[in-house]
Design a binder for this molecule. Structure first.
Ligand SMILES: [Zn+2]
Length: 383
């Protein structure tokens, strides 16, 4: 059973609804005040609008060799999801805590915050690194990671506490989101020879992306530790046209690439753009030179490459007692930490199976496993 202080902290963090589209400052202020109560000062790194912030803080001596506990403060929306209870109020039943953010991923740092009173004899520091906008493309963390790299004495490990059931995860795929805009040429729908349908052209482009996705399945870069073991390409959003009897002027679609190490998403985007320029655009422009296809990368999250035997991997294996490592298909902030030169793994309580779901939950057993882990880490940093 979770200790009262741990359970209480999870409850408090869940009660602040930090959906990505909204401000997270209430949660950041709460954490900063709580840390201040233990004499720990924290730094905020704001976004451009000033309505969201990252927070980082050092507990213990300001020396090298500490461990960063990284988590995101934002949660995905609950709109349209059939929740059995209020998503922002913890409900305990069947050995589980239900609530938005319980597994993804407030419990991880709630546990660490609750154990702050036990961090009074650290000889190397615990650093908190809490980000915003992770769920909308890992947008918040890079500015904070930059500051940590510049201002914080070199930590020996970063642990990103995304839900892995406390398994040590050493690699994840990268993510690239692209928006393609097709500009056609309007005409009456009976005059197909005089117009260029943006919608029908977009359909051809989507078909091309399907073919490219098929190719990736038999690529030499297949890595069987991932599920699925190849780079995926997927169109998730599409809109266009104005009426059935108008040849459409505009159609837009947004697609993403989840790449395995070895595949370069930039090369795939260029391959698609070249195909459009070569196979599709010339025919469009015979009708009008105002037509065209434009593809723009919206955002990119680097993959986490497996680097054998890092200090982060060693610590987490030893403290969890779980020596098998895994790889995951979803993107996290871990690749961003790695690109900044930090040894990093993903290891946190709860299962990704419950993330983003209605009735999201974490089991009490996983809360306890997370608590045991953080307590062991504190002890390890106190010798
Ligand atoms: Zn998450």
């Amino acid at each position: 059973m979770p200790e009262p202080a741990v359970r209480d902290m999870i409850e408090k963090l869940i009660a602040i609804p930090t959906v990505s589209r909204d401000s997270n400052l209430e949660l950041i202020d709460f954490v900063a005040d709580y840390l201040a109560g233990f004499g720990v000062s924290s730094s905020r790194v704001f976004d451009k609008t000033g309505t969201k912030a990252n927070l980082y803080a050092t507990v213990g001596p300001n020396v090298e060799g500490g461990v960063v506990l990284s988590g995101h403060t934002d949660v995905v929306p609950v709109d349209g999801q059939p929740w059995s209870t209020d998503p922002f109020k913890i409900d305990e039943r069947d050995g589980k805590l239900f609530g938005r953010g319980t597994c993804d991923m407030k419990s991880f740092y709630a546990i660490a915050l609750a154990l702050l009173p036990e961090m009074d004899s650290l000889t190397r520091p615990v650093h908190f690194a809490l980000s915003y906008d992770e769920e909308v493309g890992c947008l918040g963390a890079p500015d904070m990671i930059k500051e940590i790299a510049e201002h914080v004495p070199r930590p020996k490990a970063v642990i990103v506490g995304e839900p892995t059931n406390m398994q040590v995860v050493t690699a994840h795929k990268g993510m690239t989101t692209v928006r393609t805009t097709v500009t056609g040429f309007e005409a009456h729908s009976s005059q197909t020879h005089r117009g260029v349908s943006a919608v029908m052209t977009a359909a051809r482009c989507v078909e091309k992306l399907s073919a490219m996705a098929q190719e990736r399945m038999s690529s030499p870069n297949v890595d069987s530790d991932f599920e699925p073991p190849y780079t995926t390409i997927h169109v998730g959003l599409m809109s266009g046209g104005t009426a059935a009897n108008i040849i459409s002027r505009q159609c837009e679609f947004t697609w993403d690439i989840r790449h395995v190490p070895g595949d370069d998403p930039q090369v795939l985007v260029e391959q698609f753009k070249d195909w459009c320029a070569r196979e599709v655009v010339p025919d469009m422009q015979k009708i009008s030179d105002t037509t065209g296809i434009e593809s723009v990368i919206q955002d990119q999250v680097p993959g986490l490459r497996h680097e054998p035997e890092t200090t982060a991997e060693e610590i987490c294996k030893r403290l969890t007692g779980n020596y098998s490592t895994g790889k995951v298909p979803y993107a996290t902030e871990a690749g961003q930490f790695q690109d900044a030169g930090f040894p990093v793994v993903i290891c946190g309580p709860g299962s990704i199976d419950q993330a983003h779901q209605p009735d999201e939950f974490i089991t009490l057993a996983q809360v306890d496993a997370g608590t045991e882990f953080i307590r062991a880490l504190i002890k390890d940093l106190s010798d």
